[in-house]
Design a protein around this ligand. Structure first.
Ligand code: ATP
Length: 352
């Protein structure tokens, strides 16, 4: 019997800085999975979005591009923004954040898993001992203030944290559902002792927790969480928090497993999804072949899972796992000598 080929249409947005370098490896690995599976086809169309697109056309995310990428089954994104390309209010171009808001991608899933003891700055942790999922709200919170106009010479500037009931309910349900697939514990991170918006956030968490009596819950203030992530990262399963706290804690969490180059992400909504490494455009290492592509490759794995291609996701995960088992096989951010492309090649070889 001849099995039918499934086709998936991908919008590929390499972006700025190291974005194009890591995306090349992500797509290379995706092609290896396509060849291995045999009954799946990925049709990739590239779009120019980001600070460099702003310099070219005056708009980092032109409306016609946005319309086209919405037609695709998923979006694979590198990194966006450059420190020297800014709006008049002083902030960087962040079309990746526009996409989260415009496509209503409220669930930022950021898995943190230690692949090898030597990648962890803490002494006592073996491979797999740190394994949690950070769920970052990605459409409101403190980031909702990012379009505020503040004159750089004004006497003061003010940003407001926006927390909605609907936004929080769907976020918490997603976090609890993720915990049901994992070790059944959700830790809420907030600042409910000081900020009324965060006390409100906690109240909604408490309500939603009653829908999931099988899940253990924990509530931690964000400052204490910075401490606990270093002291006892092994005790966390799913961590859920607002946008800005999630932004900060996901960098801290990435530091536990080797840095930004190891941390993948998926931004999920009810209809659309964007897959991208948790890191930014890393202009300090761009164009040198030094970027670690593992975060992007693992984001491709999350995309395969989201497509329901469990076999492909498992194959890819096992290939990364096998490559990282040898601590000599590392890019320079982790003290190794491999180039971005060489790391991608190793994963492709493992996929076979
Ligand atoms: P953003 O706010 O846009 O997410 P950021 O301020 O967190 O960005 P990054 O661009 O992620 O900054 O870079 C933070 C540090 O991590 C830099 O030193 C950068 O070189 C390093 N880094 C980021 N991504 C990678 C990668 N894929 N490989 C190696 N190092 C990386």
């Amino acid at each position: 019997m001849v099995s039918e080929t499934k086709t998936f249409y991908l919008a590929v947005l390499p972006g700025d800085g190291i974005g194009p370098e890591v995306i090349t490896e992500g797509v290379k690995v995706l092609r290896a999975i396509e060849a291995k599976l045999g009954d799946v086809q990925f049709v990739c169309q590239e779009f120019s979005v980001g600070a460099s697109e702003y310099l070219r056309s005056g708009d980092p995310l032109p409306p016609e591009t946005f319309e086209q990428i919405k037609q695709c089954d998923a979006i694979l994104l590198g990194a966006m923004g450059l420190p020297d390309v800014r709006w008049p209010n002083g902030v960087e171009m962040t079309p990746q954040i526009d996409l989260r808001e415009w496509l209503d991608l409220y669930g930022g899933l950021r898995p943190i898993r230690l692949h090898h003891a030597e990648d962890c700055p803490l002494k006592k942790y073996q491979a797999g001992a740190i394994d949690f999922l950070l769920v970052r709200e990605s459409t409101e919170g403190l980031f909702a203030a990012r379009k505020n106009l503040a004159a750089l010479d004004a006497a003061e500037a003010c940003d407001t944290m926006r927390i909605t009931r609907a936004g929080s309910e769907r976020l918490f349900r997603l976090a609890f559902q993720q915990a049901q697939k994992r070790r059944r514990k959700v830790t809420l991170v907030d600042k409910a002792n000081v900020l009324p918006s965060m006390a409100y956030f906690r109240g909604i968490f408490d309500e939603i927790s009653h829908e999931f009596p099988d899940i253990e819950t924990e509530r931690v203030y964000v400052d204490a969480m910075a401490l606990y992530l270093v002291q006892r990262p092994h005790t966390f399963d799913v961590i859920v928090t607002e946008n800005m706290f999630g932004d900060i804690l996901s960098d801290l969490a990435a530091g536990l497993i080797g840095g930004m180059g190891m941390a993948p992400s998926a931004d999920l909504g009810d209809r659309y999804a964007v897959f991208q490494p948790s890191h930014g455009s890393a202009p300090d290492i761009a164009g040198q072949g030094k970027a670690n592509p593992i975060a992007t490759i693992l984001s491709v794995q999350m995309m395969l899972e989201w497509f329901g291609l469990a076999e492909g996701a498992t194959l890819l995960g096992a290939a990364v796992e096998a490559v990282l088992r040898d601590p000599m096989q590392r890019t320079t951010d982790l003290g190794g000598t491999l180039s971005t492309a060489a790391m991608g090649d190793l994963v492709v070889q493992q996929i076979g």
